[in-house]
Design a protein around this ligand. Structure first.
Ligand code: GLY
Ligand code: MN
Ligand code: MN
Length: 476
């Protein structure tokens, strides 16, 4: 009997309409509560069809996330308006273009769009451009503020002859601020989407583990991942897969994915698919031959301990800087007990030296949602403190946010090698011990975490214990 390509045992994707009206209402409420206009219109345009330079084919379409948040509509060339006072949402979709139908088939019709999306009224964009009554009605019934996003809306529309008499005021701050703040806190539908993306990605990661022994090149494992996501209903990747063998894993966002596996110890794969615009972001690291070396296992267990201790702290109200600092503290203690860092120094002294940023240079995690590095984190890339400079989320985590927990330890020659040659870490790093760890490359373990009152839930289902990892590789 031949095996099916897609896995029939994976759960069905969540059903139900994307809750666009509830999102629009929440955004309007947030704007009003935070000192913005209490009435007016939020006007957004979705992503347009864009052509490849010097070619007649369209580039890959990716809907603007702020637009999707208020519409659930994944079509190009659409517009949307929300009348705050009337709680009325209107979507304009492209009209039927008979010439285009021959090439691309029938587009969605307004009636079908009304059935598919959680939207009050659907019209076509030709009617909008003509300044027809669907838009005139919106801006004539009130002393209107149009809240739009700068450079993402053709505002000539509101200055057109037919609408000029209403003299709408244009605001470019509140729509973006409101949507970005609201997107941090997910509702049940969004959590279900992220969970489903995680289930499919986790399955694809399991298939990677089972395929390693037959692979000869990083690119084959990249392909295995994408194949299983696509075959199981997740066509889009949330970001470019990082499939890094051996010392390539010390490059955080390695993108080449084309090196032979022969002679290398470990593979780090950071890969996640999207489901209906919602992302997953998962990293696993494993020994290519199914057995960790002593040094690789030590580093793997240290990273797992960093992740586990941080997981124990994640709950609504926790300050993300404190969780990130915990990861550095565990790293400091672990690297000292391995002898890579001096046993003569206290944990406090090691942390004060900032040497852990040479081994764990990135932030512990970022919000996850419709973007992999999701909006709303308030990062401070100008922070003079190296330990917090790349932390993509600052401040306290709200309930129902989703955040990645992704500690790592990397043996990255740049800039460490030069610094060692210059004597910078003479009192801190034992170079003879470090020498044994360079070929571990890098270990990262990354899961996607739903933040709750009093605790959290891990949405990532592929396991990460070292015994499981070795067995999964060995059992194929
Ligand atoms: N996949 C990129 C990251 O983990 O941030
Ligand atoms: Mn991540
Ligand atoms: Mn990642």
């Amino acid at each position: 009997m031949s095996r099916p390509i897609a896995n029939p045992d994976l759960p069905s994707p969540p059903s139900g309409k994307y809750p666009a009206k509830a999102h629009a209402k929440r955004v309007a409420q947030w704007i009003a509560d935070n000192g913005g206009p209490k009435s007016g219109v939020i006007y957004l345009e979705g992503q347009t069809t864009r052509m490849t330079e010097d070619d007649d084919t369209a580039t890959q379409f990716r809907q603007r996330r702020h637009f999707y948040y208020l519409t659930g509509c994944d079509l190009p060339d659409c517009s949307f308006a929300y009348d705050i006072a009337a709680e009325k949402s209107t979507l304009w979709i492209p009209p039927v273009d008979p010439e285009y139908v021959m090439w691309a088939g029938m587009p969605l019709l307004p009636k079908e769009a009304k059935d598919r999306y959680d939207i009050g009224y659907v019209h076509t964009t030709d009617e909008l451009r003509a300044g027809g009554k669907s838009i005139a009605g919106l801006i004539s019934t009130q002393q209107t503020v149009i809240m739009a996003i700068r450079d993402r809306a053709d505002l000539a529309l509101f200055h057109a002859e037919k609408l000029k008499k209403y003299e709408p005021k244009l605001d470019f701050d509140w729509a973006r601020k409101g949507i970005e703040a609201c997107r941090v806190v997910k509702d049940g539908h969004e959590i279900a989407m992220i969970r489903h993306a995680n289930i499919v990605s986790s399955y694809a990661h399991e298939q990677i583990l089972a395929s390693v022994k037959r692979a000869k090149n990083e690119r084959e494992l990249n392909a295995v991942f994408v194949m299983h996501c696509h075959a199981n209903g997740c066509k889009e990747q949330a970001y470019g897969c990082i499939c890094a063998s051996g010392t390539n894993a010390s490059t955080l966002h390695y993108v080449h994915n084309d090196m032979p596996l022969e002679g290398r110890l470990n593979l780090l794969i950071d890969a996640g698919c999207e489901y209906e615009c919602y992302c997953s972001d998962i990293t696993r690291t494993f020994p290519l031959n199914g057995g960790f070396t002593k040094e690789s296992r030590e580093v793997y267990e240290l990273v797992l301990q960093m992740q586990t201790e941080c997981m124990g702290m994640i709950k609504a109200g926790v300050k993300w800087e404190d969780v990130h600092f915990k990861a550095h503290t565990v790293a400091a203690e672990g690297l000292r007990s391995l002898g890579i860092l001096s046993k003569d120094l206290s944990t406090e002294e090691i942390l004060a030296s900032k040497v852990t940023t040479r081994f764990f240079p990135h932030g512990l995690g970022h919000y996850l949602g419709m973007d992999t590095h999701d909006v709303g984190g308030n990062a401070n890339y100008d922070d003079p403190d190296e330990m917090f400079k790349y932390l993509r989320v600052r401040g306290t985590l709200p309930a129902n946010s989703v955040i990645t927990n992704e500690p790592g330890i990397y043996f990255r020659k740049f800039p460490l090698e030069q610094e060692l040659a210059d004597g910078k870490w003479r009192e801190v790093i034992d170079e003879a011990v470090l020498e044994r760890y360079w070929n571990v490359g890098g270990v990262r373990i990354e899961d996607d975490i739903w933040v709750k009152e009093g605790g959290c839930e891990n949405l990532t289902t592929v396991k990460s214990g070292p015994e499981y990892i070795e067995a999964a590789v060995n059992n194929g």
